[in-house]
Design a protein around this ligand. Sequence first.
Ligand SMILES: Cc1ncc(COP(=O)(O)O)c(C=O)c1O
Length: 366
Amino acid sequence: MEVPLLDLKGQYATIREQVMKAVAEVLESQVCIGGPKVAELEKQVAAVSNCEYAVGVSSGTDAILNCLMSMEIGPKDEIITTPFTFFATVGCIARVGAKPVLIDIDPRTYNIDPNLIEAAVTKRTRAIMPVHLYGQMADMDPIMEVARRRKLAVIEDAAQSITSTYKGRKAGSIGTAGCFSFFPSKNIGGIGDGGMVVTNDETLFKRLMMMRNHGSEPKYYHKYVGGNFRLDPVQAAALLVKLPHLDDWSEARRRNAAYYNKRFAGTAVQTPWISPDCKTIYNQYCIRVPRRDELVAHLKAAKIGCEIYYPVPAHMQECFAYLGYKRGDFPEAERAAGEILALPIYPELTRPMQDAVVETIIGFLR
Ligand SMILES: Cc1ncc(COP(=O)(O)O)c(C=O)c1O
């Protein structure tokens, strides 16, 4: 049985009419930038995130970039983050000219290890950027404790974790700001790129709004050098159709994860560890296995989708060689990069498909 890693067509089939209608409304209105759909999406995303403000932007990457620019982070500044993340986290820090200061991860959650933050803080540190990887939030209490004591901003890279919780608090609502991505593979994805920043800080909110529009307010009067980070209303229209389904889709992912966990029990497969403080949205269901690369080839031959998120930690990327890190600096991130494997977890996945995934893996490991 063929099992794709993700089946966007399956989900689209369940909401096709509403998406078509919502997109047609935008086209008929010819409000091609901004407008009521973007404003409504911002209101609803702020509400589901328990935040006061939300700013729609062109991607998750631009959400992070806008935050850094709005906080006036640049050369001379350092940002503490994880090497085990999608490129954009560390890439954005470098793009504003700041120095990414990397620390290792907690091997159970793959998120930043809060015990390592304090030692990485210098006079130049401006912010901590925890990443809520795979849908599970980082251990925020100790992160916020260091941030408060050392007067640092906290930018939550919640690109994979919209509506996920930590001690009942929503992703993006604990730090100074939270960044979401609507990349199509996320729990809620657009019909193209999109992102959002949420915050409870009114001053920062105003700055984010200006910065996404070349730092101007009013039009043609530029207080800051910003960018074009605007969210398209066509994306907002599609996302507004999807948002009411988000909790059900995440619940379906959790049910699929529970089924995998049961079926992998007692095998050599290490299933995800979810902290009792967290409710994950399982943007990814990542196992750890011996002989991972051989298993990938085996799954591909069996037409079962899987993906390595992420094979090369940031400190070993060619473009970050100038930071001076070397292999062995972050052993947990490096070990995870060598053993991790994401399996299909999307809401529309059926039990027979999951059985096919499990049996192919168990057959290989036997
Ligand atoms: C952890 C993380 N940060 C940032 C991003 C960037 O988001 P986008 O692809 O929407 O630019 C992503 C998404 O791919 C991500 O997974």
